[in-house]
Design a binder for this molecule. Structure first.
Ligand code: NAD
Length: 274
């Protein structure tokens, strides 16, 4: 496929576009992920809490694609934070996936009031040292959480996966990541398929390029340097969302997208999840 890679700070190559499986039921995940792999996706983003690691793993192991060509991400859920609990949760995830390693293991939310993310991350460092996760990182961390984490642990998170789309551009967090060599991965990159895809600017840019709104939104992400993991269960959209490597937005388009930022979260503020 034509999906480019970004190089994480530890040298691991990560596809810049992957497939997200939040809200895909376990008994549909095998078929849906298989469709994505056939369309050319090589990176899959799941999480223990999504409840579909089994179906996802079946598609991965049954695909006939060499393991080293695939990039599998999963995440430790909030109730499993803490050193020992995280080591156990990781074993459970690997067992469900049917794999001997993942490519990326993330802390799903910081849960700052519980104050366990440093211990949790030490378990990720152990998993990484043992070669069972090629890279480790976090999700939904704010710069203040990253500062604390980096001050007390030794492996800089390779990735921070955060809510990010044209209506929530997160430029302050992106600048912080760039300064520390942390890759920015965008969740809900399509704004969950809601009003973003009907915004007049997005519709106009799509029309100009004879593309769909989803495709120009994904192009914006790729051109600002984000890793994206759009989700769909519809085969035609799964295909459409990866067919974004044969055109480019120009400077006018990028400026129009810049003006869409309204700091609008679809999900919760990470400080409020505990
Ligand atoms: P998304 O922005 O990828 O939007 C998905 C929805 O958009 C689909 O359900 C569909 O309704 C619509 N859609 C998809 N393709 C389309 C197309 N081509 N045209 C029109 N509509 C289309 O939203 P998401 O699923 O929330 O996010 C993507 C992935 O990010 C998730 O599956 C998950 O892997 C990850 N995620 C992570 C967190 C986290 O806390 N770390 C939170 C949310 C999501």
């Amino acid at each position: 496929s034509k999906v480019p890679f970004i190089t994480l700070h530890n040298g691991v190559a990560m596809p810049q576009l992957g497939f997200g499986v939040w809200q895909v039921p376990d008994d549909e995940a095998e078929q849906t992920v298989a469709t994505a792999l056939e369309a050319g996706y090589r990176s899959i983003d799941t999480a223990a809490v999504y409840g579909n690691e089994k179906g996802t793993g079946k598609a991965v192991t049954g695909s006939g694609i060499a393991r080293e060509e695939l990039f599998v991400t999963t995440k430790v859920w909030n109730s499993d934070q803490g050193y020992d609990a995280t080591l156990r949760a990781f074993d459970t995830s690997l067992g469900k996936l049917g794999l001997d390693h993942v490519d990326l293991y993330l802390i799903h939310w910081p849960m700052p009031a519980k104050d366990r993310y440093v211990d949790t991350y030490r378990a990720l460092e152990k998993i990484h040292a043992d070669g069972r996760a090629k890279a480790i990182g976090v999700s939904n961390f704010k710069p203040e959480h990253l500062e604390r984490l980096m001050g007390e642990t030794s492996v800089v998170p390779a990735v921070n996966q955060i809510e990010l789309h044209p209506q929530l551009q997160q430029s302050g967090v992106r600048d912080f990541h760039a300064k520390h060599g942390i890759a920015t991965e965008a969740w809900s990159p399509l704004g969950q398929g809601k009003d973003l895809l009907r915004a007049p600017t997005v519709v106009a840019v799509a029309r100009k390029h004879d593309r769909t709104p989803a495709q120009v939104v994904l192009r914006w992400h790729l051109q600002v340097g984000n890793v994206v993991i759009p989700k769909s269960v519809t085969p035609s959209r799964i295909q459409e969302n990866i067919d974004v490597f044969d055109f480019e937005l120009d400077a006018d388009d990028m400026a129009a997208f810049a003006a869409l930022d309204e700091s609008k979260r679809l999900g919760p503020d990470p400080s409020d999840i505990n």
